[in-house]
Each structure stands twice: as structure tokens, then as C-alpha cells.
Write a protein that binds this ligand. Sequence first.
Ligand SMILES: [Zn+2]
Length: 67
Amino acid sequence: MKFILALALACYFSSGDGVVYICDSSLSVAYHFKRDCRGLNNCKHEVIKTNQADAEKLGLKICGWED
Ligand SMILES: [Zn+2]
């Protein structure tokens, strides 16, 4: 069951807009493509892995620190 779920998630992410990272803080305004982004270094909360579409739904904008 877990395997099927993982497979479904893998398909979901590959067909989506890609994996992004967000800081689990009410103050966060951006999502990041890199886990080690400078913007995430300031995160005092948990860093959550999600996808770009969901991050946009949360009202987050692309981070300005990315290359
Ligand atoms: Zn960033």
C-alpha cells in the first residue's frame, strides 16, 4: 500500500511543476527550488517539501535568491 502511494506521489510530482521547498512559517513569502537556498537558511521552522503549484496556491512567490 505504501509502495503504491509512493508511486502515485512520484507520478504526481513528475507531472507537476516540480519540487520546491517552503519554510513552515506564517511569515514565509517565497518558495525555493534548492533545499540549501540562502532564503531557507533564515528559516527557524520546519522546511517542507512540496510542489510549485501548491506553493503558488498558498500565495508564495518564487524566491529571489535562486540562481
Ligand atoms: Zn530561495
